[in-house]
Structure formats: structure tokens, C-alpha cells
Ligand binder design. Structure first.
Ligand SMILES: C[S@@+](CC[C@H](N)C(=O)[O-])C[C@H]1O[C@@H](n2cnc3c(N)ncnc32)[C@H](O)[C@@H]1O
Length: 213
């Protein structure tokens, strides 16, 4: 009998594809902050704003929340999965803990306080389509004029766009969500993965930093 070659290892996205969030948290633990977050923070710094209040939606194990805290921001981190914050809290330095609030809540029930920054890294596509318009309205309402949104939306040509529980937008739809914002970054990433990886997919992602007018 021919020997079967071992399957390629599971990657973070293989867990995300099936909403296995504990598997995802384990796969990304310790990764650096997302580039969209860093770009937004650098834009604030260029304007002379070093800190403020950020809401990190779908914060996961906390890669972005940790960076915000490290830079002196106050953070409300939300996530729907109970294990997210079990990974986060032990990694928050003692002298930064009083600047962090965590809330276990679904996107459907998320209330967003008025803030300088809403960060949603690779999170909003996992919002149920029926809940997306309300959530988006809350995001827009919460960001103060001059504040920012940073994060990703997934496009309509992404492999996961066919999954019924996901929120994807065409590029036009995504751009229209930012009426009332200046788009400081709108990078379209579209690529096919090579067949050697486990579950190769087509990526269609918008990497966004936007300043509210
Ligand atoms: C792909 S992960 C992204 C995590 C983190 N922001 C990052 O950049 O790695 C998506 C996150 O959204 C959360 N999530 C998924 N569906 C959700 C929902 N309906 N309500 C609230 N959070 C949800 C998951 O628990 C997970 O932490």
C-alpha cells in the first residue's frame, strides 16, 4: 500500500473557517499587532494625539489590545468567546490593567461607547449578516469626529463569501460604508493560496484605516 504523505498543518484560518475560536487563539498567540492598527496609531501620533479611548471589537486573544495598552491607550475589548480574555488578561502588565475593560458579548448585543478609535481586525466578517447593519451603525455613531476606524472587511470574491453566517461586501459596498470618513488606507488584497497548504482559499480582503470627518 502506498504511504500517505502527512497533511499540511492547520493554520489560524483553518480554525477561523469553522469558528473554532480556541483553536484560532492558540494558533495566533503572541503574534504582533495588525498593520492597520499600527497605521491608525501612527496617524494619531502625527496629529499629536498619543493616547485615547479605543474599542477593540472581536479582540480575540488580544494582540491589538496589548499594543494599545502598551502605548498608553484605554481599551474596551469585546469578544463573543469566553476563552478570548483568558488568554489576554495574564499577559497584561500589572500597571496597565486599570486601563482595560473586557466584555464578553456577541456582535448583535455589542454597545460601543463614544471613543477615538474602533479597531476591528479580521472580526466584522464573522458578524451574522442580519446583525451587521446595526453593528455598523453603532460603530459609526461611536467614533468621534476626527477619530478613526481600523480593521478589515472581506470582499465578495473571498472563498468564505458563500458561507451564510458571514458578512462580506463588494468593494463598492465597503467604500460606501465609509461615507462620512476620509479613507486614509483602503488596500485591496486578492490572492489565491497555493495547493500545498491545508484548505487553500481565495482571499479578497480590504485593509482599512479611515478618519471620521
Ligand atoms: C479571526 S478572529 C480575530 C481576532 C483578532 N481581532 C485578531 O486580529 O486576531 C475573530 C474574532 O471574532 C470573534 N467573534 C466571532 N463571531 C463573533 C460574534 N458573533 N460576536 C462577537 N465576537 C465574535 C471571535 O471570538 C474571534 O475572537
Amino acid at each position: 500500500m502506498a504511504e500517505q504523505s502527512p497533511k499540511p498543518p492547520l493554520r489560524a484560518q483553518d480554525f477561523a473557517a469553522v469558528r473554532d475560536w480556541p483553536g484560532y487563539f492558540g494558533a495566533v498567540l503572541g503574534k504582533p499587532p495588525r498593520e492597520t492598527l499600527v497605521a491608525a496609531l501612527e496617524a494619531f501620533e502625527r496629529e499629536g494625539q498619543k493616547t485615547g479611548l479605543a474599542v477593540d471589537l472581536g479582540a480575540g486573544e488580544g494582540r491589538d489590545t496589548l499594543e494599545l495598552l502598551r502605548r498608553g491607550w484605554r481599551v474596551v475589548a469585546t469578544d463573543g468567546h469566553p476563552e478570548a480574555f483568558k488568554h489576554l488578561w495574564p499577559r497584561v502588565p500589572q500597571d496597565q490593567r486599570d486601563r482595560l475593560t473586557t466584555e464578553e458579548v456577541s456582535f448583535a448585543d455589542t454597545r460601543i461607547p463614544a471613543c477615538d478609535l474602533v479597531n476591528a481586525s479580521f472580526a466584522l466578517p464573522f458578524c451574522e449578516p442580519r446583525d451587521f447593519p446595526t453593528l455598523w451603525g453603532r460603530i459609526v455613531a461611536a467614533i468621534r469626529p476626527g477619530g478613526r476606524f481600523a480593521g478589515q472587511l472581506f470582499g465578495d470574491r473571498d472563498s468564505w463569501a458563500v458561507l451564510p453566517d458571514r458578512s462580506h461586501q463588494s468593494e463598492d459596498e465597503a467604500r460606501r460604508l465609509f461615507a462620512g470618513f476620509e479613507l486614509e488606507q483602503f488596500k485591496v488584497e486578492e490572492k489565491d493560496e497555493t495547493p500545498e497548504v491545508r484548505n487553500p482559499k481565495h482571499w479578497h480582503v480590504f485593509h482599512i484605516v479611515a478618519r471620521k470627518l
